[in-house]
Design a protein around this ligand. Structure first.
Ligand code: CA
Length: 230
């Protein structure tokens, strides 16, 4: 399994060094940014698994940046742990509903930090192994990677499977081709946007005999949506 990637946004270098050291020791891959602008550039390169975000940053504050991340489709589900300097700040962050998933007050121990990160990643991580995704009789078994329509097993390629898994776990929302590439193929992979159309076509072909192709909907000028409302 690949190491989870943490993006650390913190302007104070000694804290950055401490965090990078502790997280690398714990088996994480760490990217650093000194402010929101740098963080945005890192995220554009590759989406991390979690963001450790300092409240007090030069320029855009950590809270404003957290809000921005939660508004953007690409980063909406990216877990955020806010770092605050004092307990009063922590209360304030919570009151402000910045969208952060957890809060840590400085100074914190590396051990506490790793424990919090693990907890947040578990919460926001991929669905439990034994979970089934269902939509109108179409079921996808996350443990066995089996897809069935009523009682019939459907054969499909690995990309079509990943695409369907993404759609079924994010129903009723429109994703552009670029967003699907980032979320299903990974943002570090360079493939053309029309590749998405090719795999959508293949997926629909597998679903068609059972009538489920109608769930994979084209939204003109926007992208694709998985919806049980036809
Ligand atoms: Ca700071």
């Amino acid at each position: 399994m690949n190491a989870k990637r943490i993006l650390l946004v913190e302007d104070e270098q000694p804290i950055r060094e401490m965090v990078v050291f502790a997280l690398t020791n714990a088996g994480y891959e760490v990217e650093e940014a000194a402010d929101a602008r740098q963080a945005q550039a890192r995220i554009a390169e590759r989406l991390p698994d979690l963001v450790l975000l300092d409240w007090m940053l030069p320029g855009i504050s950590g809270i404003d940046y957290a809000r921005r991340l939660k508004k953007d489709d690409l980063t909406r589900e990216l877990p955020i742990i806010m770092l605050t300097a004092r307990a009063e700040e922590e209360d304030k962050v919570q009151g402000l509903e910045s969208g952060a998933d957890d809060y840590m007050t400085k100074p914190f121990s590396p051990r506490e930090m790793v424990a919090r990160i693990r907890a947040v990643l578990r919460r926001g991580g991929p669905a439990a192994e034994d979970e089934m995704l269902c939509a109108n009789g179409l079921t996808l078994d996350l443990a066995s990677h089996r897809v069935s329509a009523s009682e019939t097993l459907l054969e499909m390629g690995p990309t079509e499977y990943r695409l369907l898994e993404f759609f079924m776990s994010h129903p009723e929302r429109v994703y552009s081709r670029g967003q699907l590439l980032d979320r299903v193929w990974g943002s570090n992979v360079y493939v053309e946007e029309r590749t998405v159309d090719v795999h959508i076509r293949r997926l629909r072909k597998v679903l068609e005999p059972h009538g489920y192709d109608a769930l994979v909907q084209t939204v003109r000028g926007a992208g694709y949506r998985f919806s049980t409302r036809i």
